[in-house]
Design a protein around this ligand. Structure first.
Ligand code: CTP
Length: 419
């Protein structure tokens, strides 16, 4: 999970008094191992769950809960003014209520009033507490104040309960934190009520019960888009093929498929109820004509040739469905193109031709080959629009690239700023 980062930044990690406090130890470790200067400020209640010694050992810095320690250093002002990023996890209902009101009754909440950097609240609580109108009103206030409040995951809660309110995976908290360090305004809450459908990963075209034709897609770009869209308030479904540990994004509905035909069926069916459809999957262009019922034996004759047939072009099919009214005309459709230059043209030339051929609204063009794009954490490319705009997507994490893609998508959604 840890990737060494370019620049040492000052991270303030505020820990609330909830059972999920123990998971925050992994987040602290991520940022210290990435070379950042981490200061942990727990609430007094947090120390009922995890001891001060653990936070001091993991961060390599002293830990206090009160403004009355080291009074001469005016800790709350020094900590708040000096921070490049604040992460509050777990953000309990009580801690968010106090922060929303601007209370300053411990070192953490006092420090929150002095920070001017991005602040990320990562809620964790029981579903009823999360859904309570008071909690939702406090979250709305925190967002109005410019903070990012993460969507919690669904799953196992304390005791035998399960539901919405679980702390997202530490890996996901770290990814979102890194994103806000890269780009403070990456996650405006501007996709609330927008339904986003994303395909991700690779397809596997079966040959027999044990073999398939596949590709190297990791699913990381599609999952990063899902993660960023969900944190901007969208209701997100991912139809995912084969992936290599992209981590399930919090608050996202994931549907698993295996081959291109299944992907086509799911996307076509679900696109009718989506405002935005993004085809980030690496779809196999061909599949074996016949799938053997039993494992194909080596035999004495050597390998038999595999006859292939062409898979449906799902992206093109979605554009056609929009053209002939099977899906709403306002649906925004986004494609991806993984390209290498060749004797007929460069990466961008191929991208422009593909945009025209597919007929989608936006096309994200990635240069591939030489270890670029597939399976990597970082990406670069261009965003081409049907209107003729071309935007360079600077090198950065797939989550950062996703935030820039979603900025353009937002402009095209019917009530969006550029629509
Ligand atoms: N795509 C699709 N269905 C396919 C193949 C691709 O929907 N059968 C989608 C991909 O998800 C991507 C876009 O089309 O959004 C471009 O995929 P790419 O593989 O680059 O394009 P192809 O149409 O396969 O063209 P070529 O391989 O000839 O470059």
């Amino acid at each position: 999970m840890t990737t060494p980062t370019k620049k040492r930044r000052r991270i303030l990690i505020g820990v609330g008094g909830g059972i999920a406090a123990y998971k925050v130890c992994s987040v602290i470790r991520h940022f210290t191992e990435s070379g950042h200067d981490v200061r942990v400020v727990p609430t007094p209640a947090a120390l009922e769950f995890v001891g001060k010694a653990t936070f001091e050992a993991l961060s390599g810095n002293p830990v206090s809960t009160t403004v009355f320690d080291d009074v001469d250093e005016v800790a709350h002002v020094r900590l708040g003014q000096g921070a490049d990023l604040v992460i509050i996890a777990p953000a309990t209902a009580d801690l968010m209520a106090r922060a929303a009101q601007g209370r300053a009754d411990d070192l953490l909440t006092a420090s929150l009033l002095t920070v001017r950097c991005p602040v990320l609240f990562v809620p964790a609580m029981h579903t009823e507490m999360w859904e309570h109108p008071a909690t939702q009103a406090n979250i709305a206030t925190l967002r109005e104040h410019g903070s990012t409040v993460m969507t919690p995951a669904s799953g196992r809660l304390t005791a035998t309960d399960s539901g919405r309110g679980r702390l997202p995976d530490p890996q996901e908290i770290a990814l979102i934190g890194e994103l806000l360090l890269d780009r403070a305004d990456a996650l405006p809450y501007d996709l609330a009520g927008v339904r986003v459908l994303i395909s991700a990963g690779g397809t596997r075209e079966p040959l027999d019960p044990v073999r398939y034709l596949g590709n190297h897609s990791s699913g990381k770009q599609g999952f990063a888009l899902a993660r960023a869209a969900a944190q901007r308030g969208a209701s997100v479904t991912v139809v995912a093929g084969s992936t290599t540990d992209p981590g399930d994004p919090a608050g996202v509905h994931i549907v698993r498929i295996s081959n291109a035909q299944e992907l086509s069926e799911e996307m076509t069916k679900r696109a009718a109820d989506a405002d935005v459809v993004i085809m980030a999957a690496a779809v196999a262009d061909f599949r074996p004509v016949a799938v053997a019922d039993a494992k194909i034996k080596k035999g004495d004759q050597g390998p038999a040739p595999i006859e292939l047939t062409t898979n449906p072009d799902i992206l093109r099919g979605l554009v056609e469905a929009r053209d002939d009214g099977r899906i709403p005309s306002e649906t925004v459709i986004v494609g991806f193109a993984a390209e290498t230059g060749d004797e007929t043209g460069g990466v961008l030339d191929h991208g422009r031709a593909k945009l025209a051929r597919k007929g989608c609204d936006l096309l994200v063009v990635n240069a591939v080959g030489d270890g670029k794009a597939f399976g990597t954490e970082d990406n670069t490319g261009w965003l081409l629009s049907a209107k003729g705009d071309e935007t360079a997507l600077p090198f950065g994490s797939k989550t950062l690239m996703s935030s820039r893609i979603l900025d353009e998508v937002r402009q095209l959604v019917p009530d969006g700023p550029g629509a």
